[in-house]
Design a protein around this ligand. Sequence first.
Ligand code: AGP
Length: 372
Amino acid sequence: SAAEKGGYDYFMLKEIAEQPKAVADTLLGRIDAAGSLTLDEVRIGAAELRELDKVVIVACGTAFHAGLIAKYAIEHWTRLPCEVELASEFRYRDPILDPRSLVVAISQSGETMDTLMALRHAREQGSKVLAICNTNGSTIPRESDAVLYTHAGPEVAVASTKAFLTQLVACYLVALYLGQVRGTKWGDEIRAVIRDLSRISGAVERVLETMEPVRALARSLAGKKTVLFLGRHVGYPVALEGALKLKELAYMHAEGFAAGELKHGPIALIEEDLPVVVVVPSPRGRSVLHDKIVSNIQEIRARGARTIVIAEEGDDAVVPYADHLIRIPVTPTLLQPLVSTVPLQVFACELATARGNEVDQPRNLAKSVTVE
Ligand code: AGP
């Protein structure tokens, strides 16, 4: 009913709008007054966490994209090797697991059969399983050793939005917590990022306030057949997520690429007026990445692409090559997906509407996939 949708036309729009609160709620009570993480729910003892020799993340769809981003954070802050695998592929290749592997299963619903089977396989090998889940008491957390709940509230739209942002928050918390417990040379950075994270919901709010031009752009592209998405570093999984949203909602051909792979094949797809969305890493910090992507944008534009550039406020280097420029707030490099994903959600939702599609219930899809 209209009331359930809180005045929005679709649950998806309501859920996109709820993201600042969902992010804040997922952080609530998990950062103490001294600025350290207190994740009591992670009932795996500090000694055991110190003994770990790798982290393995299993998930499907959008949750898998959260896992891909988590890998950058976990490896950076903990120096533990981290693998990320589609849950549906995982157990069939006889993965190497033992009691020193921490398996993280990410699932909004907690009922995804592929993810459940992957975690059962991991437990049979003696690994500890930590679930990141949005649904209290669902099967995946019940069968895991510990659970870190995302506090997104119920997500009704089939296309995941607020659950994804809160999965990212939970993944950052796990990465920072492992770093905190295990002690790495990044202690100061970890404390600074915990501080940044505690303020990030305001940045998500600011992005939402500036989405009208993104909606207008989406409407103008309703007749297109293909949209490509490019990113580097944590922007690469964001590109994959932008493409998945477009497939699910707009039923358009969409693909995400690592920008550095362009010249190894995908650049052959570029043709006159093809819309290409590029997620630009921060010019601060890992500035090499930024400079490389700016030349990627130049290259595709020279070949006729219509460039839609998502870049930080104040990043002037992209301006000459952007046919459309979408600004996002300045954020620490690893946290950028929390703000760069939002315009892609709005873009896909508006394109779906413009094409007359059912936003909350895309064809052929179910909210939770309980078969393998
Ligand atoms: C997201 O927009 C999708 N509908 C889908 O990819 C989803 O993320 C996937 O099926 C995993 O679901 P889960 O998080 O409930 O396990």
